[in-house]
Design a protein around this ligand. Sequence first.
Ligand SMILES: Cc1ncc(COP(=O)(O)O)c(C=O)c1O
Length: 376
Amino acid sequence: MIPVCKPWLPGNEEKYVLDAIRTNWISSKGEYLDKFEEEFAKYCGTKYAVSCTSGLAALHLACVSLGLKKGDEVIVPTFTMAASVNAIIFTGATPVLVDSEIDTWNIDTTKIEEKITSKTKAIMPVHIYGHPCDMSMIYQIAKKHNLFIIEDAAEATGAEYIGKKAGSLSDIGCFSFYANKIITTGEGGMCVTDNKELAEKMRKLRNHAFDLPRFVHSEVGYNYRLTNIQAAIGFAQMENAQMLIEARRSVGLRYNKLLKNTPGLILPVEKPYAKNVYWMYGIVLDNSIKLTKEQVMDRLKERGIETRGFFIPMHKQPAYYNKTVENAPDCSGNFPVADMLGERGFYLPSSSDLNDNEIEYICSVLKEIIKDSPFL
Ligand SMILES: Cc1ncc(COP(=O)(O)O)c(C=O)c1O
């Protein structure tokens, strides 16, 4: 079976992990943490990087450090992973859902302003599947309404918007290093910012909000500390960052070339402002194909190809429409693009070390299935 995604640790990962263990620096202090944060900030072109335990933790730290609280509202796309919305919910603020663009699958910037109220405090754009959002549009709206921007760049390490790295285009950019991410630490996350005060606040909050003298707490803190062992993997990954990101991107470009002009398939785009890293190579079945997404995915599986369905939009999540929490988002609006993506989208194997033969095999099987499918 060709897995939908697997980690790739081609450099000094093992060596540095062993070094962390042998030198006994196994917890949340150690040279790899400093080096990883330093390299990550440098890579993103930001002044500060604050590591933490996951992408969700990064988003939560960002939301708390910007002071989001009960009664506030945050604009977020409905087509995202639940972590974006949950990070807002944890603060007591209410997520406000917006539909997606038909081509990039990112938040539809033309639909943001109609959702802004006197309670809106921030916009959280999400760079879906590695394609950056139209950040200058978002920036203009945020400036006009005096809003923070928190970038959910969990899926977009290395992606660029007009030559600037995803995550560096807002108040705080948040990353995930889960095993399927282009740069991984197994589990882990990072917040990047140019704002010293915010960086210091996030460093404090991730570490139980210890004050001086120790064991005095003037704020409620968390334990969101990454370990030196995880950072050892991350630092080794950063030594090969360019190669890892280009490898992932070249998988996407190869798919683009082989699947171009296949009737019935909508492929990912790359806008003139964007460098897409194709974190996951998503495709959408257009409505000329009679087979469902599940049928196509099952047939691919029978031929040894693992795939995964797109996100189910947030307005379709029972946790939110059943109001299991008081500040769940309002799910009653119309989100036709997100609905269509959720129903007809899935992604193909996207590991960075997928070879040409595997990609050619996947594309030929997919084309065969589509060709044999009755068209409407
Ligand atoms: C858009 C988005 N945001 C946040 C996250 C959460 O990251 P983590 O799983 O590291 O908590 C993910 C995870 O894949 C994601 O896709």
